[in-house]
Design a binder for this molecule. Structure first.
Ligand code: GLN
Length: 384
């Protein structure tokens, strides 16, 4: 009998993402799900009403390839208002199916086979597959616990003639750090006179704490002209399931970005874009987000303080990482699975954000959850 041919994988190292694995386990085990990053609460009723309005009124066909013009305009206005940077909605703003698509298109736009891309790890899980699928070579710079500061000298040492791009993520998932102005200056210095692009993942732009400021790459003129700023409305409006993201980039970069975007998804869900065009005009919904999540972070961390976990409070994103060195010597993945099964609290092991699965005995907890969930999970963890 002829042997069935097995399809060789372009991503042989990839299993199912940890977020799917842990969320499924949490559901199967009836555990409090502090693993996958999504809110347990709903979006604003006003936003749902707007979507209903546009669905009922026939805004249900393909949106323009680059996004609904009114939404692109609102986004450009908001960007100008908060960062003082003007992007032309016609040629420099593109709506995508989530930040994931924006990141993929940006990587595809710049990376050719053999090109090197600097990845600071721990890193969000979609970056490396996007680089690999384009024949690029990820070059890792490892950030170390507990503060995960970027050693820009170490980054500089990894730059070669083949370096094509650097992946940036601030506020950071999973470790909750944020870039300082000095980080932007260091990065700008590094790429000066070099043909290097920045792909900047800023999906948590509005979730920063303790008076920190989100320093977008676009606020630094030398960086702005070489950067694809990728964002998502999922985190800002509690609508992760809508998968609406965007890319802000100078015209020349956007042209290539759109060439790719048009053949990956062509366009993004229409009625939501109309609703968001209106909703973006209400700044209170994004300006108060840091305060909203800071209360949740503090509520959860107060419980953790009573435990044997140790941690530095997250400065941004809706994640808190905590060290379990005083609790267990297990591999972080095994512990995350065991805690989900035995004490019914699900988290994400931080080793999954490293290519070599570096185990610093850290778990990531998502605090975008209702207060009762945070209290109950916190109480259980505090007894560990
Ligand atoms: N970004 C989310 C997290 O870090 C998950 C997104 C996803 O499930 N792909 O948990």
């Amino acid at each position: 009998m002829q042997q069935k041919k097995i399809l060789p994988s372009k991503l042989p190292y990839a299993g199912t993402t940890i977020f799917t694995v842990m969320s499924k386990l949490a559901t199967d085990e009836g555990a409090y799900n502090l693993s996958q990053g999504f809110p347990s609460f709903d979006c604003s009723p006003k936003l749902s009403e707007l979507v209903s309005h546009y669905v009922k009124n026939g805004y249900n066909q393909y949106a323009p390839m680059s996004g609904v013009p009114a939404f692109r305009e609102s986004l450009a206005e908001k960007t100008s208002l908060i960062y003082g940077v003007n992007y032309d909605p016609e040629t420099e703003v593109t709506i995508t199916s989530g930040a994931t698509e924006a990141l993929f298109c940006a990587v595809t736009a710049v990376v050719y086979p053999g090109d090197e891309v600097i990845v600071l790890e721990p890193a969000y899980d979609s970056y490396v597959p996007a680089i690999d699928l384009n024949g690029g070579v990820p070059i890792f710079v490892t950030l170390d616990a507990p503060d995960f500061k970027i050693d820009w000298e170490a980054v500089k040492e990894k730059i070669t003639d083949k370096t094509k791009a650097i992946m940036i993520n601030t506020p950071h998932n999973p470790v909750g750090t944020v870039f300082s102005k000095a980080d932007l200056d260091a990065l700008a210095n590094l790429i000066q006179n070099r043909d290097i692009y920045i792909i900047s993942d800023e999906v948590y732009e509005h979730i920063v704490f303790d008076g920190e400021i989100h320093h977008s790459m676009m606020t630094h003129p030398q960086l702005q002209e070489r950067t694809f700023v990728c964002g998502s409305v999922g985190k800002t409006y509690h609508t992760t399931g809508w998968k609406i993201g965007y890319c802000l980039a100078p015209k020349a970069l956007t042209e290539e970005f759109r060439r790719i975007h048009q053949y990956i998804t062509f366009s993004t869900v229409t009625p939501m874009q109309y609703a968001l065009a209106d909703f973006l005009k209400l700044p209170e919904h994004y300006l108060n987000l840091g305060e909203f999540y800071q209360k949740k972070r503090d509520r959860f961390n107060d419980a953790l303080k009573a435990s044997r976990f140790t941690f530095n409070p997250s400065k941004g994103s809706f994640f808190q990482i905590a060290s379990f060195r005083n609790i267990s010597e297990e591999y972080d993945y095994d512990l995350a699975v065991r805690l989900t099964k035995e004490i019914k609290v699900a988290s994400v092991p931080v080793s999954v954000f490293y290519k070599e699965k570096k185990d610093d005995k850290l778990l990531r907890f998502c605090f975008a959850k209702d207060d009762e969930i945070l209290d109950k999970a916190g109480e259980i963890l505090s007894k560990l």
